[in-house]
Design a protein around this ligand. Structure first.
Ligand code: ASP
Length: 435
């Protein structure tokens, strides 16, 4: 009972943090006419990053390593593990492809890029070319990787040379690969591995305790991060020249999250989507404010196991993997954004280019890390693949500048969908691998 009351209190506090953060951010934005002094913006960033994001990141690597090892070793025999792994991958790929197809359908039907103001378009492109913000630098550096490069990037991360180095650098996929192999080997050595399994189990339980504490900082963290975002960008930008683009992205994300994933959940997970979304609420709100599925992972695991009724065997294996490779929201977003940019310059895309967008957007989303704006950076791969298919460079990469300013706001929504997709996957796999 008191646990329920605590959970409800925490939810209310996080919700207040989200709303109050947006309100305060917008008040600041209006007061300073869109030029809020850096000192003010930075102080909110400092609070949000240090007292929430950094703590979540602090537990991330040990959480991923211990949970995957514990998850794999609890699934036990290799036949069952193979089946769980295959079902998980099928779920990830099929839902991402559905998301991309939905995005392509909407962007080609609504055609948000057709009516774009040319003066706005050109000034954004120029600003991008002259700008040196961290995100624009990341986008510029990502060019030239190509489709093969994207593939290589995923595969290299899956075969880590030095898992400790990856762990130190906070790279999650290599840590997962190593932990997967380690967990399988640990199960295969039988009794000899029992002592170590117990130690890792205890380490995992300890990390989960830490996460419970960190969650109580969520209201402050979420508030500060919201102020930081809204004060810099202003909610009004959602209504600006990119309005139809915003509508297309948000409609796609909403249909995927509210219609498609719930149908999948009902059919394959036999669960009530509204109840389950409520049980996952803290994770969804954290995803919204942090823009990062990786940073949200500790909260996702806490909600899925403690309130969502997911089996421990499924959650500990499926959620860490999902936070890094299963990104429905990002895949949908990349497809919409790329076609939109080509539309802005009046470059028509035929069925074969749309097919290339579908495949590369899925790959790019898999390769994207669960961090803010990762989707915008890996989108470069999709633009380059379409350019190659058309021949030459019909669309300059600087076109990304058109959507750079609004990316952070849209990233919030797509990260929620990414986390929701992971949560639905964990519920479905819980039926295959119950405790
Ligand atoms: N921010 C997203 C996530 O962490 C990735 C992206 O689309 O940029 O899930």
């Amino acid at each position: 009972m008191s646990n329920n009351r605590n959970a409800l209190l925490l939810t209310i506090l996080i919700l207040i943090g989200l709303i109050a953060g947006a309100v305060v951010g917008q008040i600041l934005f209006n007061k300073y006419d869109g030029n809020v002094p850096t000192s003010i913006v930075d102080s909110f960033e400092f609070v949000g990053q240090t007292f929430f994001m950094s703590l979540l990141k602090m537990v991330l690597v040990p959480l991923v390593a211990t949970s995957v090892i514990v998850g794999v070793s609890s699934i036990g025999d290799s036949g069952q593990l193979g089946w769980v792994g295959t079902a998980t991958l099928i779920y990830y790929f099929s839902t991402m492809l559905v998301a991309v197809t939905l995005g392509l359908f909407l962007v080609t039907t609504i055609s948000p890029g057709k009516g774009i103001e040319e003066s706005f378009r050109d000034s954004q492109v120029q600003d991008f070319e002259g700008g040196n913000s961290t995100t624009s630098e990341r986008v510029k550096n990502a060019s030239g990787t190509g489709l093969i490069g994207a593939f290589k990037n995923i595969v290299t991360q899956m075969v880590p040379k030095n898992p400790l180095k990856s762990a130190v650098n906070g790279e999650i996929l290599p840590v997962i690969s190593f932990s997967l192999l380690f967990g399988i080997a640990l199960t295969m050595i039988g009794d000899a591995g029992k002592a170590l399994q117990d130690v890792i189990n205890s380490a995992f339980a300890t990390i989960m305790k830490l996460i419970e504490w960190i969650l109580w900082l969520a209201p402050i963290g979420v508030f500060a991060l919201m102020v930081w975002t809204v004060a810099r960008i202003g909610l009004g930008s959602l209504r600006g020249p990119l309005f139809y683009y915003v509508v297309t992205v948000l409609a796609g994300l909403a249909i995927h999250a509210i219609v498609i994933l719930p149908i999948v959940l009902v059919i394959f997970g036999r669960a009530n989507p509204a109840t389950y979304a409520w049980q996952m609420r803290e994770a969804l709100m954290t995803a919204y404010a942090t823009d990062s599925s990786s940073a949200t992972l500790p909260v996702t695991m806490e909600c899925a196991e403690k309130q969502g009724g997911c089996s421990r065997r499924a959650a500990r294996f499926v959620l860490p993997l999902g936070a890094t490779i299963n990104m429905d929201g990002t895949a949908l977003y990349e497809a919409v954004a790329v076609v939109f940019l080509f539309q802005c310059f009046g470059i028509p895309l035929g069925p074969s280019e749309l097919f290339i967008v579908a495949i590369t957007a899925t790959l790019a989303a898999i390769g994207a890390a669960g961090i803010p704006s990762a989707g915008l950076v890996t989108m470069v791969i999709v633009v380059e693949a379409v350019n190659n298919s058309l021949g030459g460079t019909p669309l300059s990469l600087s076109a990304v500048g058109i959507i750079l300013g609004i990316d952070r706001l849209l990233d919030m929504f797509r990260t929620v969908v990414n986390v929701w997709g992971d949560a639905v996957g964990a519920k479905i796999i819980s039926r295959i691998a119950p405790d």
